[in-house]
Every structure is written in C-alpha cells, then in structure tokens.
Design a protein around this ligand. Structure first.
Ligand SMILES: O=P(O)(O)OP(=O)(O)OP(=O)(O)OC[C@H]1O[C@@H](n2cnc3c(O)ncnc32)[C@H](O)[C@@H]1O
Ligand SMILES: [Mg+2]
Length: 198
C-alpha cells in the first residue's frame, strides 16, 4: 500500500479536474498542477500510457508532490480509433466545440451501426518525478457517436457520446451518475484498489 496524504492532479482541464476530485473524495488532500505552473507539457507519447506518465512526472517535478495524471480520449471505430490520443487536438487546438464539429462532419454519412466508439482513460500515478514504477490504471466506456449534440453537462465530447445503458448522451447524465460509470470512473476504481483506498 502507498501512503500519502497530499496529491497533485496533473491536468489543466477544468472538467477533468472536477471529476477526478469528486471521485477521490476527501480521502486525500488534492492540489492542482495549475497552482504550481501554467505551462502544459507537450504530449509527445504514442500512447495514452506514455502521455499520462509524462504529465504525471511533469506535475511531480513542478510541485514536489506525488502526482496523478489522466490521459484520455475518444476512439471511434469507423475512424480506426481516431482521434484517440489526439482527441484534444483533433481540430488543431481550436477547442471542444471545433473538435465536436469536426467529428460530426467526418461521420456525416456514417449509419448508426458503424458509429461505435469508446472513451478511454489512462491514469498514471507517480510518487515523485523520477518514480521508476508508476501505477497505471485504465478504463473504457463503450457507446456510439450521435448525429447531433445533446445535453449540456460534462465537457469535451460528452454531447456527442450516446450511452446505451442509460439511453441518453453522456452530457445528459448528472455529474454524479457519469462519475459512477464513465471510463474515468472505471480507471479510478482500479486505482483505489491499488492504493488500498477501498
Ligand atoms: O492533458 P490535460 O491537461 O489533462 O487536459 P486535456 O483536455 O488536454 O486532456 P487530454 O490530453 O487527456 O485529452 C483528452 C481529450 O478527450 C476528451 N475527453 C476525455 N475525457 C472526456 C470525457 O469524460 N468526456 C468528454 N470528453 C472527454 C477531452 O475533451 C479532450 O479533448
Ligand atoms: Mg492534454
């Protein structure tokens, strides 16, 4: 079991930070990497795992604290898993609305049966910047891509992601419910087990 009472979250995404904080609860004192640095590290890895480790190491370095990073994204079957690790940069850094518009556009003529997709979340925890044994936990959430945006909750691609087990988009789920069933929730359950927090 790893024991620590303070952790830095290595994300500059407000939506993610809110979800991670809610999932961690009050068991650990959580800080955000933005308190220490506003410079976002370049995500140069070829996998969610590499990028999560890179972000965690950077946050541990600037904060001097153990760090938890989340690298996540949307993998669309019809697009061979794209945008995947490039989800945040899909529309060349123009933000969520542009990413969503681009995805709807490239899938315009694609029928429902071929619109399957997964949200992917990889969490990486390092005890310090040079930790030789990061803890890695992954979670997947299966759904499909809608033809138009639905809902205002969540962030990122949530308005386009149909959740079959709830018959609504993930942006129509209350935060507490998304946090029980999402890719991030699944990865977090595994992490809590690894840390002996449940
Ligand atoms: O790297 P950090 O600073 O954590 O913030 P980021 O937004 O750049 O995060 P990523 O590099 O991991 O990119 C994740 C992309 O996937 C999207 N995404 C991840 N989880 C999501 C979720 O739960 N709902 C909707 N979109 C999500 C998100 O909007 C980004 O476009
Ligand atoms: Mg990022």
């Amino acid at each position: 079991m790893i024991l620590f009472n303070e952790l830095v979250l290595a994300s500059h995404n407000a939506g993610k930070l809110k979800e991670l904080q809610a999932m961690l609860g009050s068991s650990i004192r959580v800080r955000s990497v933005g308190e220490f640095s506003s410079i976002e590290p370049e995500e140069t890895g070829l996998s969610f795992i590499e990028n999560a480790i890179l972000k965690a190491r950077n946050a541990a370095r600037v904060s001097g604290l153990p760090a938890l990073a989340d690298d996540s994204g949307l993998a669309v079957d019809f697009l061979g898993g794209a945008p995947g690790i490039y989800s945040a940069r899909y529309a060349d850094g123009q933000g969520d609305a542009a990413n969503n518009a681009k995805l709807l556009d490239v899938l315009q003529a694609v029928p429902d049966a071929e619109r399957g997709a997964q949200f992917v979340c990889c969490l990486a925890l390092v005890r310090h910047a040079d930790d030789p044994l990061p803890i890695i936990c992954e979670g997947l959430w299966h759904g499909r891509i809608l033809h138009t945006a639905q809902g205002v909750e969540g962030f990122g691609y949530d308005p386009l992601f149909w959740v079959p087990e709830r018959d609504c988009s993930s942006a129509e789920l209350p935060a507490a419910e998304k946090n029980q069933i999402s890719h991030r929730a699944r990865a977090m359950v595994l992490l809590k087990h690894r840390l002996g927090l449940v």
